[in-house]
Unconditional design. Structure first.
Length: 322
């Protein structure tokens, strides 16, 4: 709630909720919980109900499903909130303050490795989807992990297959946020711009997320001029079917690999060319600050954008006068 209020007070209009860590535990329902749905409870964020059905168990992720005696409840511990009720309150608060919400899933993802790690990664993205849906968020951004021991080709195909399974689960549970596939900043991690664009086409219901710092690093400092940004944004806009979601930060990189994110002023990735492109094209996009100086660099980008916009307006006025 404080974050949403701060974003609004700073004159910004979007906030990404980061699920840096999340864990779950299972328990049986308390007597007073039976007959109520997870969306009505105040104490725990119950993201899954396992219901006995003969030799099998039915898995239910609907927060409005009534809890029965004998159900097994899966509770999510994330540090973000205690219940769906809190998420609903945050969603309403964000709408009232004109702040668009989105969610970034856990940063460690492995969709091509051992079965237990793949399942854990898939679950983390699913739980992020449930949270984002309750927040009335627009998108869940996720990376897709290492190519792994399967090699680049087979690892990529495993990632596509496992992301499709997440997409199918998304559709079955009628989640409204889009799944955003984020570019990565290292050669051994799936997520070049071409891979992300291809994956978003192969996995219907997903969109590319352009992390400019990651992309700049992976391509050895490729984003220098307005045209460099324009080529990427044009492709991402088409693949995203109108939704253009990005993030920006300074970055240190070497040999096609990101070393660390930095404040914008300390890296060689400049925001001015992107601001010029936005002004020239009147482009509509979400830009999330992923800088270590989170709010500072969000405001810094806003100042640069307004400066570029003011120069453009002045040039137009000069032409009119002539």
């Amino acid at each position: 709630m404080d974050g949403i209020e701060d974003v609004h007070a700073l004159g910004l209009t979007a906030m990404e909720v980061q699920l840096v860590r999340s864990s779950t535990f299972e328990r049986l329902p308390d007597d007073e919980e039976i007959g109520h749905s997870p969306s009505e409870l105040e104490t725990d964020l119950i993201i899954q109900v396992s219901r006995p059905d003969g030799k099998k168990a039915v898995i239910i992720n609907d927060p409005d499903e009534k809890i029965r005696s004998g159900d097994k409840l899966t509770v999510l511990e994330s540090g973000l909130c205690h219940s769906y009720l809190e998420l609903y309150d945050m969603a309403e608060f964000a709408r009232d303050h004109d702040v668009q919400l989105s969610v970034h899933s856990n940063y460690y993802v492995d969709l091509s490795g051992r079965a237990e790690m793949v399942e854990r990664s898939q679950n983390n993205i699913k739980w992020a989807g449930l949270i984002c849906d309750a927040l009335d968020g627009v998108l869940v951004s996720t990376q897709m992990g290492f190519y792994g021991s399967k090699g680049k080709k087979n690892g990529s195909e495993a990632i596509i297959k496992n992301m499709r399974a997440i997409r199918d689960w998304w559709k079955e549970n009628k989640l409204s946020p889009r799944i955003g596939l984020e570019t990565s900043g290292r050669q051994e991690i799936y997520g070049s711009v071409d891979e992300v664009l291809s994956a978003s086409k192969r996995i219907k219901g997903t969109v590319p997320v352009v992390n400019f710092a990651h992309l700049h690093s992976r391509e050895n400092g490729s984003l220098r001029e307005v045209d460099d940004f324009s080529k990427v944004i044009d492709k991402a806009r088409r693949a995203g079917e109108g939704l253009l979601y990005t993030s920006f930060s300074g970055v240190e990189h070497h040999g096609g690999n990101e070393l660390r994110l930095t404040p914008i002023k300390r890296g060689d990735l400049r925001f001015e060319p992107l601001a010029e492109l936005i002004v020239e094209e009147n482009a509509e996009m979400t830009i999330i600050s992923s800088s270590p100086l989170l709010e500072h660099d969000a405001i810094y980008m806003k100042v640069i954008f307004e400066r570029v916009l003011t120069r453009q307006i002045s040039r137009v006025e000069e032409i009119k006068e002539k």
